[in-house]
Ligand binder design. Structure first.
Ligand SMILES: Cc1ncc(COP(=O)(O)O)c(C=O)c1O
Length: 933
């Protein structure tokens, strides 16, 4: 029951008021919301009953309920390690970055001019990784440590033109890394084992240190690898790298690992940023995003995503990887941690952890306890024949968790948060007494100073400076806290504060992913609720929350299909049909899952060409594995024939994969499972309110019908396998965001949100269609939750390109809609339900004004090569310059909608960035200070 007088959360989440929605309906000439929905959504797919989701509760009630649930988690101090470490999140970073909507509500920095702040920080992240690893090129984060190592193997595979199929383990990596690498390698026909290094070996994996914490001598394996042309992949702990030799000096071609212990809570497994760095020769094979330096139209330095075209429009069947959403927010937290501490601070943390480990080791040795190895950083593997369980149980009673490797061995991993009391207690468990010893057990020489010499790692020592540094960067960017971000297919809706609060709770942040099951009962309850609700919302029988992005959901779903066919003896079924309008991750995921992609044509009106689909399903019938379909389509319409499409695929023995990126048009109205899909991914970072973080984190769970349930991802810690992420529940600590959203919306609120998203999109289509043709509409002339505006009319009349319009929108204070996807020369607009009529009108007014500006160019009032459109955006420096030689005024340039107190001016820090110049001369990290001397 909602308390009387308190606005229900639904009204906070949905932008338009009752009057606003009535006015919008009147403007599009529709009597009611029901009529609009019946016109837009085909009757054949409608869900004719309410969702079976608990009735909504208000913010305070939902927070209390979730808090009680999560209080069941035990937040013992963890010494489990195995890739996850305790860390102190500096308060200045927690408050000014992690919990700051200016940072977490930003989108992936595709529009570079409004993203300079987060691009700059990601550039520093890349610089940090190159400094730690000694390798010259690093990407702007990967999804987790295990997938980063799998991506490194992928690089080696492609480097050898997919001809070398063996990967050799030079030592023991963490079990979850091995499992994910094997999951990924198997569909490509690769094996991952020990054994001799020969000409079939694509790469060797060198753990630095290994899962037992030991640094072993891998020089022979590395020499053999070099001699046979195999790449050397080092899996290295970044904190240890501040005091040990960098992987490049060992001969590594690639280094990968997790940046979690740089100030990101363990959060029951994620989200955290992983890092990946490569040698120069491998730059063009690096997956994910790469931030590069370029110049703007005035020659000022500016950042942008380098080699961008290969990524968002991922090179379809020739894709190098399917990574789209990554871990931008967490990468920015990690580099902020490094900036805050500086190289000396990091070394001090590392040295302290190491000397604690050395003292503990000396105590244990003196007490006659055997250790796995002599050279270590922070982890000791202790021989306790037959006593592992008993000792771990004693530690647990005292609030500490140890890693039980087997009945004879325990793992003890120390970290930044380990105290003297912890050390005493750990020693006492083994009857040992701590000495004062501060010896070293590091491999080789201690790393000398002289890394991370770039200014940024030395300037922010006082909190005032750090606070202002983060503020200065955030101010450069345009995120949802300033204006609507109408990105089609991205669903940039409200990330409500009440949804975000629980992410910072200790009961959510401080649970190790491999803690005993009875330590994570809160998480168990949370994930059970979510699995049930998401299954009900999508019409499936089982849900896996493990994939940590939409792309990973696609991959996990296709793997489930692949394993289903294999299980039935249909190994030959490897053809994946994909419509030409699909997102680039679809063919990339299919390729990675070992499938052959066959493209299906689309009709002029945007629908899948049914004749072509039938012909291809027939032609490939015997070998058909799956169809991947996005619904409503990436053209923004509900195709009438979707059920027939599914039936055709099933008739030929194939499975239907449903890309749920556009689920915001379906929730409460129709369910993929009812439509005929066998598996579907849900982007929780779109429809279910997880913020985009400037390019991640994300969560991409999959729902499946019962026949695919046995093939969902498992996990070594659960004694199963085929994992697609390092942790059993992927990015578990952000699941409370979605839980809060569903709990506060209830079945009615969720359905209402979908209806309002459709109304907002149709209102925009109605307001703008006289200025920009709306491509693709459904049978009744209605669009779904987004619409595609054809801007090529302005190109024809005035030479104004879609890019000019996107950049000019910045002067009006907006983030451009999705540009040139899926159709070149168009803008795909998705307002979501969270935007009010006032904000939508402001956007429509800006778009109409831009059409008016183009008309002035067409009429000759402004020259084609010198007008506010081609020169956009206009930074303050240019507008304030003494010299102004343009044929339009300063205010026409920078305040085209007029001054407004309600919508304060957003000033882009740079003018248009030159992408080509940056790609021609790739600069992806800041040179060290020595380079300037
Ligand atoms: C239609 C579609 N499919 C898949 C994806 C990939 O999702 P993610 O970025 O979470 O990997 C996107 C991302 O925008 C998308 O729009």
């Amino acid at each position: 029951m909602q308390n009387k007088g308190i606005f229900p959360f639904t009204e906070r989440h949905i932008g338009p008021s009752l009057q606003g929605s009535r006015a919008m309906l009147a403007a599009v000439g529709i009597p009611s919301l029901e009529t609009l929905i019946s016109q837009a959504v085909p009757k054949s797919i409608r869900l004719e009953r309410p969702l079976d989701i608990p009735e909504a509760v208000n913010e305070a009630e939902a927070l209390a309920e979730l808090s009680a649930k999560m209080a069941q988690n035990k937040t013992h101090k963890s010494f489990i390690g195995q890739g996850y470490h305790g860390t102190h999140v500096p308060a200045v970073i927690q408050r000014n970055l992690f919990e700051n909507p200016a940072w977490y509500t930003a989108y992936t920095p595709y529009q570079s001019e409004i993203s300079q702040g987060r691009l700059e920080l990601l550039f520093h992240f890349q610089t940090l990784v190159t400094e730690l690893t000694g390798l010259p090129v690093a990407s702007a984060s990967l999804l987790d440590e295990a997938t980063a190592v799998a991506e490194a193997v992928g690089i080696a595979y492609r480097h050898h033109r997919e001809k070398r199929t063996r990967v050799v383990l030079a030592g023991d990596v963490h079990p979850q890394i091995l499992d994910v690498v094997r999951t990924r390698a198997e569909p490509l026909g690769m094996s991952v084992n020990g054994g001799a290094i020969n000409a079939e070996v694509a790469a060797i994996i060198v753990p630095w240190p290994d899962t037992y914490g030991v640094y072993r001598d891998h020089s022979t394996a590395i020499q053999d690898a070099k001699a046979s042309g195999a790449l050397v992949i080092a899996v290295a702990d970044p904190l240890a790298l501040t005091i040990t030799a960098p992987p490049a000096s060992l001969g590594a071609d690639i280094a990968a690992g997790s940046m979690q212990r740089f100030g990101v809570p363990v959060g029951y497994g994620g989200p955290h940023a992983a890092y990946l760095a490569v040698a120069d020769a491998l730059t063009r094979l690096i997956p994910g995003r790469l931030v590069g330096q370029s110049v703007d139209s005035k020659g000022r330095p500016g950042y942008r995503l380098a080699l961008q075209t290969r990524e968002q429009h991922i090179r379809r069947d020739k894709a190098t990887s399917n990574i789209c959403t990554a871990q931008a927010l967490l990468a920015n937290m990690a580099v902020s941690f490094a900036i805050w501490h500086g190289p000396q601070g990091l070394q001090a943390i590392a040295s302290r952890v190491h000397s604690q480990a050395v003292r503990l080791a000396a105590a244990l040795e003196a007490a006659g306890i055997g250790l796995a190895g002599k050279r270590f950083f922070d982890t000791l593997t202790v021989d306790v024949p037959g006593r592992a369980g008993e000792i771990a149980a004693t530690a647990e009673k005292d609030g500490r968790l140890l890693r039980i490797i087997d009945e004879n061995r325990l793992g003890l991993t120390l970290d930044e948060t380990t105290t003297e009391a912890d050390l005493q207690a750990l020693a006492a468990l083994f009857g040992a007494i701590l000495p004062d010893d501060t010896d070293t057990r590091l491999p080789g020489e201690r790393r000398a100073d002289g890394f991370m010499t770039q200014e940024v790692f030395h300037q922010q020592r006082s909190e005032t400076e750090m606070m202002r540094f983060l503020r200065r960067l955030a101010d450069k960017d345009l995120a949802l806290d300033r204006a609507m971000i109408p990105l089609g297919s991205c669903t940039m809706k409200l990330n409500a504060a009440a949804e975000m609060l629980p992410v910072s709770w200790q009961s959510v942040a401080n649970v190790h992913p491999f803690a005993p099951a009875d330590h994570a009962l809160g998480y168990k309850a949370l994930t059970a609720d979510l699995e049930t609700w998401l299954a009900e919302i999508t019409g499936f029988d089982a849900v896996s929350l493990q994939p940590n992005a939409g792309s990973q959901g696609e991959y996990a779903g296709l793997l489930a299909i692949r394993r289903y066919h294999l299980d039935r003896g249909d190994a030959h079924r490897d053809i994946c049909l994909i419509p030409e309008s699909a997102h680039g991750t679809n063919p990339a995921s299919a390729h990675m899952a070992g499938m052959r992609v066959v493209v299906v044509a689309c009709e002029e009106a945007g629908d899948i060409d049914l004749d072509d689909l039938k012909a291809k399903a027939e032609l490939h019938g015997a070998n058909l594995a799956a169809l991947m379909i996005t619904y409503p389509s990436t053209h923004g319409v509900f195709e009438e024939g979707v059920k027939d499409i599914c039936a055709i695929i099933h008739a030929h023995g194939g499975q239907v994969y449903f890309d749920g990126a556009n689920l915001n048009a379906l929730v409460g109205l129709a369910r993929p499972g009812d439509i005929g899909a066998d598996v579907c991914h849900m982007n929780l970072h779109k429809t279910f309110c997880i913020p985009h973080g400037g390019g991640g984190p994300g969560v991409g769970p999959i729902g499946v019908k019962s026949h695919l349930a046995p093939f969902l991802p498992g996990h070594v810690e659960l004694n199963t396998g085929h994992a697609v992420s390092a942790a059993p529940f992927g990015s578990a600590s952000i699941l409370p965001i979605t839980w809060m959203y569903i709990r506060m919306m209830g079945a009615n609120g969720l359905k209402r949100a979908t209806e309002m998203a459709i109304l907002n999109a149709n209102y925009i289509a109605g307001r703008l269609e006289n200025h920009y043709p709306v491509l693709f509409k459904g049978r009744n002339g209605r669009v779904a939750h987004e619409c595609i505006l054809d801007t090529r009319v302005l190109k024809e009349s005035a030479g104004v390109t879609v890019e000019d319009i996107a950049k000019r929108l910045i002067d009006y204070g907006f983030h451009a809609p999705t540009m040139s996807w899926p159709i070149p020369g168009t803008l795909m607009v998705e307002p979501t339900e969270s935007e009010s009529k006032r904000e939508i009108d402001r956007f429509c007014d800006a778009m109409i004004a831009i059409a008016g500006e183009a008309a002035k160019v067409a009429s000759g009032a402004w020259p084609k090569d010198d007008n506010p459109l081609v020169n956009a955006p206009h930074p303050a420096d240019d507008v304030l310059a003494d010299d102004w030689s343009y044929p339009y005024s300063r205010s026409e340039a920078s305040l085209p909608a007029g001054p407004s107190d309600e919508n304060p001016k957003y000033w882009p820090p740079v003018s248009r960035i030159d992408n080509v110049a940056g790609d021609r001369n790739l600069v992806c990290s800041c040179p060290p200070m020595q380079a300037y001397s």
